[in-house]
Design a protein around this ligand. Structure first.
Ligand code: PLP
Length: 261
């Protein structure tokens, strides 16, 4: 069967972000997505109204049912929602329920693109520190990088995350709306090994971060190395944004939904 990615992510009923973005992106990368649902959010394409996190034991039960069943070769996490869910995923790695060495793409979701809360930022940041040593790649935007590293400078921040145990960091300036083109810096073991520049398209996109991280996870599962996976993900995500669906054409500031097909 196709290589399998197991995602830990939340349900976004608008279909822009979360587990639907993961499933579509991983499918487009050539892999099969499985999902342990971490939370059910209540949101439109434009706004988060709230969420209810799944109990950590329920999330664990979903994962431990899939793990012995399917040949999971990569783990991806997005919205985890609670510190209990982050701690549970950390234990799955620490206790080797997820086999040691399994590549892990960690998208450290703290808030939605629209600004809506997807968990308490301070407690999530503290809990993420214990998960970092298991991450092959962490994909923070600049806000998440600064929150996780406690550093304003992006390069020093990326090095700090490496010092905390993650092997590679992909820093995205997509949320810095005054910064012209979008730049992405890939650090492996504290060294910047690749920089990409993506056009900043008009509009804001709901689920672009989830899609990018999941496509990378899918390409790692298919056998790409990190740099190749990031390069392919950059060109794929750009296409999905150029072709994005426009749910509210009358409102120029409304968020768009990446078209992943
Ligand atoms: N996961 C879920 C369930 C979400 O609802 C969201 C945002 O709404 C995200 C992740 C993060 O989305 P983005 O890719 O826009 O950062």
């Amino acid at each position: 069967m196709r290589p399998v990615v197991l995602c830990f992510s939340g349900l976004d009923p608008s279909g822009g972000a979360g587990l639907q973005a993961d499933i579509e992106a991983i499918g487009q990368a050539g892999a099969h997505a499985t999902v342990a649902c971490t939370a059910i959010t209540v949101q439109s394409s434009q706004q988060v109204f709230g969420f209810e996190a799944c109990d950590a034991e329920l999330v664990k039960a979903q994962a431990t049912t899939v793990l012995p069943d399917l040949p999971v070769s990569v783990i991806k996490s997005g919205m985890l929602g609670t510190t209990a869910n982050i701690a549970m995923l950390t234990r799955l790695f620490a206790e080797e329920t997820i086999p040691k060495g399994t590549p892990f793409v960690l998208d450290p979701v703290l808030v939605a693109n629209s600004g809506g809360s997807l968990g308490d930022e301070h407690t999530l940041v503290t809990a993420f520190r214990k998960l970092l040593p298991y991450a092959t790649l962490i994909t923070p935007n600049t806000h998440e990088l600064r929150a996780l590293s406690g550093e304003q400078d992006l390069h020093i921040g990326a090095q700090k995350l490496w010092a905390q145990g993650t092997q590679a960091v992909l820093v995205k300036t997509s949320h810095d709306f005054d910064s012209g083109d979008i730049e992405q810096y890939l650090y492996i073991q504290g060294e910047m090994v690749h920089k990409s520049t993506l056009p900043r398209l008009d509009g804001e996109f709901h689920g672009s971060g989830c899609s990018l991280a999941s496509f990378i996870a899918g390409r790692l599962a298919v056998g790409d190395d990190l740099i190749a996976a990031v390069i392919k993900a950059d060109s794929w995500i750009t296409q999905t944004l150029i072709a994005a669906d426009v749910p509210h054409p009358e409102d120029a500031s409304a968020q768009l939904i990446p078209n992943r097909f």
